[in-house]
Design a protein around this ligand. Structure first.
Ligand code: G6Q
Length: 555
């Protein structure tokens, strides 16, 4: 008979432990692993790298430089089985409303369901709608890219500006950057997200309204930052175009909110639709990806979807112990819940992937940064880690010191493509050599003996403990297909971890409070009388801002 959560908690030592029976075994195993060093594990087992590697299409994951043995992996897989990862996976793919606090299905997988297997939501197959929108996007993108669709003055569109924030910005921005080598040579894509007027000003500075196309990307079409920037862009455009009728040719919308789009003045014919079962941070595969399609073309956007679909198929069909997203997730749980690791580093060795850490930060932290389980109970174990990172090669000269010799254990994902897009092979060789050297150094460290053979001074400072975990993710080349696989890999990793931590990974109530308070404070910034409705610090800060902005305005 399965043990109750309360019984398990007692047996697992109470607070802090994950409430799954497999965790008892994992905890005991963790104690036994306390003194083992990866260096010795490699020495004892010549087949280790091969056994702890997995290839899916063009993506290779080598997870052998982790503090795991066969027993660890077997126990972790047992944990995944006990948490019913397979069942939840089916529920997600099957269109069940697994986002229980919002009563929604979670179906970004339907957006790249290239086989067109029916996906039912509330008794309706959503695939015809999905395909219709992709078709509409493709026709539109082709018109702009070919120059058939022109601006109001008859000139060709040369610049596309995506106005959006959060999920309506980070994904497309990251993907457009990642796929830079595939971009249309005469079309530049820009992104405006920040409400700070400096962003919109800077972005528009060098643009010509007559040759600029705006995409207002907002699922709700009510987001303050996006709507404020969009209104500014419209005024900027009209200051030159003069005639409201030209808006139709220069503004399109991506949204689920037809009414608000129409109220803004955008013709619904120029609206690209998506649905409430697409979460913002999982939406780059939807019409939110219009800027990506404009940049790289419909065929390559299809390749991106195909890549994600290939990872979806692997995730859905592969056994848990040979399943890349599941393995990545379990390793994360291992460090998060059994080694008290608080963060996870993402280190792309690829200039084109420089925005991947920020993208994954949102995907992961907004999904699993929660302290209430899906059933409403407060959790008393660690959930989502702090995700951070930057391009690895730059990081080596900045924060890697702490990875190597700091007091914290920071699991790190190293990502590289073996084949570069440019012809600077010597640069790429150096990049690869550093990528490989860093994971080796983190794992091996440097012993006192090795240090002493080189120098006799300050030996204790030059010893590296090593035994620091990393995953190496190798792509053949950063193609649209490979990028699709990579992103889907992380999406499913986050899903699996959410299941094990018993979370709803698809809501984001934590984002709401700040938004509400900002709405309340906004008019107070220009109030005549001093503000006193908040705590003393916030009151004083608001009043200081009132005072200082009046001084600037000369009032
Ligand atoms: C993502 C979040 C959030 C959202 C933005 C933009 O999962 O919900 O980042 O994407 O707040 O929202 P809109 O697309 O509605 O403007």
């Amino acid at each position: 008979m399965p043990l109750s959560e309360e019984t398990l908690r007692g047996e697992l030592g109470g607070t802090g432990a994950l409430p799954w029976a497999a965790c008892r075994l994992l905890q005991a195993h963790r104690s036994r692993m306390a003194t083992s060093h990866m260096r010795d594990l490699f020495a004892a087992d010549p087949a280790r790298a091969e056994r702890f590697s997995l290839q899916v299409g063009d993506v290779l994951l080598d997870y052998s430089k982790n503090r795991v043995t066969d027993e660890t992996m077997a126990l972790l897989v047992r944990l995944a089985e006990e948490a019913d990862v397979a069942g939840w996976r089916e529920r997600m793919f099957g269109g069940e409303a697994i986002n229980n606090t919002e009563g929604r299905a979670v179906l970004h997988v339907a957006l790249r369901n290239r086989g067109n297997r029916p996906v039912m939501v509330d008794g309706e197959d959503v695939m015809p709608k999905v395909n219709a929108v992709i078709g509409k996007m493709a026709a539109f993108a082709e018109q702009v890219r070919s120059g058939a669709r022109r601006g109001y003055s008859g000139e060709r569109i040369t610049d596309v500006v995506n106005i959006g924030i959060g999920g309506s910005d980070l994904g497309p921005q990251m993907a457009v950057q990642a796929l830079a080598p595939y971009r249309h040579p005469q079309l530049k894509v820009h992104f405006i997200s920040n409400i700070d007027g400096a962003h919109v000003k800077e972005a528009l500075e060098s643009l010509n309204p007559a040759t600029t196309l705006f995409i207002v990307a907002s699922k709700t079409f009510t987001t303050q930052e996006t709507m404020t920037n969009a209104h500014h862009a419209r005024s900027w455009f009209l200051a030159q175009a003069q005639d409201d009728r030209h808006i139709a040719g220069h503004f399109v919308a991506v949204s689920t909110n037809r009414e608000a789009v129409t109220a803004f003045g955008i013709d619904p014919a120029n609206m690209f639709e998506f649905w409430d079962w697409v979460g913002g941070r999982y939406s780059l595969w939807s019409a939110i990806g219009l800027s990506i399609m404009l940049a790289v073309g419909a065929e390559r956007f299809d390749d991106l979807l195909d890549g994600a679909h290939a990872m979806d198929a692997h995730f859905r069909d592969a056994p848990l112990d040979r399943n890349m997203p599941v393995i990545l997730a379990l390793l994360g749980v291992w460090y998060n819940n059994f080694f008290d690791a608080e963060s996870q580093a993402i280190l792309p060795y690829d200039h084109a992937l420089r925005s991947l850490p920020a993208y994954l930060q949102q995907a992961d932290m907004e999904s699993n940064g929660k302290s209430v389980a899906r059933d409403g109970r407060a959790v008393d174990y660690a959930t989502g880690p702090i995700v951070w990172g930057a391009t690895g090669i730059n990081g080596q000269h900045a924060f890697f010191q702490l990875l190597h010799q700091g007091t914290r254990l920071i699991p790190a994902d190293f990502i590289v493509s073996v084949e570069p897009h440019d012809d600077l092979q010597d640069h790429h060789d150096l990049l690869l050599a550093n990528f490989l050297a860093q994971t080796e150094a983190l794992m091996r460290g440097r012993t006192r003996e090795e240090t002493q053979s080189q120098t006799s001074q300050f030996v204790q400072h030059k010893v590296f403990d090593g035994n620091r975990p990393s995953n190496a993710i190798l792509l053949q080349k950063l193609t649209p297909h490979a990028l699709g696989m990579l992103i889907a890999l992380y999406e499913h990793k986050i899903f699996v971890q959410g299941v094990i931590w018993k979370l709803n990974s698809y809501d984001q109530w934590g984002v709401e409070l700040g938004k509400q308070l900002a709405r309340r404070i906004l008019p107070e910034l220009h109030a005549d009388a001093p503000v006193d409705g908040h705590d003393a610090s916030t009151n004083a800060l608001i009043n200081r801002c009132r005072h200082m902005s009046r001084r600037t305005a000369g009032k």
